[in-house]
Design a protein around this ligand. Sequence first.
Ligand SMILES: [Zn+2]
Length: 448
Amino acid sequence: MPRPAQSQNTAPVAGNPFVSISHSQAGPANPHAGPPVHGRFQPNKKQIDTPIHLIYSVRKINEGPVNATGQILTLLRDSGPASRADLVRATGLSSAGLTKIATSLMQQGILDERQVDNHSGPGRPPVALSLRSDARYVIGIHLSAGRTRVVIADVLLNVVAEDGFTFDLNMPVEALVDRTAQIATQLIDTSRLPRNRLIGIGVGLPGGVDRARRVNIHSSFTNWTNVPFAALFEERLGLPAILEHNATAIALAETQYGRNRSSARTLHVFMGRGIGAGLAQGAHSTERGAARGPVEIGHIVLDPEGPPCRCGGRGCLETYFSEQPILQCIGLDAVPPEGLIARAMESEAWPDLYQRFLQALSTAVTLLSPDSVGLGGHLHSAPEQLLTDLRRDLPRRVMPQQREGLTINRTGLDKPIGARGAACIGLEAFFYRTGPAPLLSTAHMEPA
Ligand SMILES: [Zn+2]
């Protein structure tokens, strides 16, 4: 069926006035794709035909173009309700430009307007604009080695529904995507959210992603290589999808919603079966959104003659300090109820294990200069003593200017951390538009 004339070049995604799909940006054809599968979300013809009137004002901030609507939404998310005058000052938009955007956002149920309660000056109390947390929703999917978690989150990253499952690493990837999409669909059904408020899918994956090709690069745990996860989820769920390395997604969520919101540069270290990390710029960084990505802390070589690693090297941190080697070291078959690190810290092997972790973490901090380190996964549930020890020992191993202000904490995000990170990526791409424009396929945009 031919597309409507208006969608030849760009068209808004159904239910989402912020996302336009540029055919010139579309990813490569999906090798798995048969006929387009529309899932349950058929685009609303009326919405497809609506011109994109919101994306009309683009300013340059630092190096990246920032969408004016996204800028307003981000300000209201980070600073709370604000008057129109405050928003004009903060954004540099004209009053008329701001009013036009604000009116449209209110009509779409994204902003509320309310009188300021504690006004004490003369005249009428000013009116503040505030962001409605239920304005829109995203699906966050965290795929890790053998575990999948799916959430639906609102625009403030509150999780309104979640579910997940464990899987055998030999499970065919198409079957894994089918099962995951099925869970997402069940969550949508049971949460009874208006479907036109669902705007996209964020997917967190191990091993890094190729954003331009919209595929994962390689995960040595799962052996997934070049899998077009974005297109696969789009076909099944009928929503635009964006991929990110899982620990990087968590790092970004920490800087935007977690304990490290005041941080300029957050390194999130996540230990599941393996150990990995991600780096993201914080909300107050002048380079916001400019630098983020995976940090292969698990493959920092500590002993070139050490045990073979699944990456092909020898003596990487992960061969000593990840789930399986630690379990072996302490003589257990499975993670104990009190937590892996808690039990390890009681064992004779701990001083050696700790020194290896400290060495790799110090190297990462020396190279990347984060001002906050967040610990997740097994490290999140570690006894407080681990944090005390790291706060004492790590600063001595990095440059003086890197010590200053360096904080080391458990991640400030609530569980499920990985799926929250994935949802954050979805919000950033499809609602706040603070990062690079997502590359989208158009499979789900075919008119019914
Ligand atoms: Zn390795």
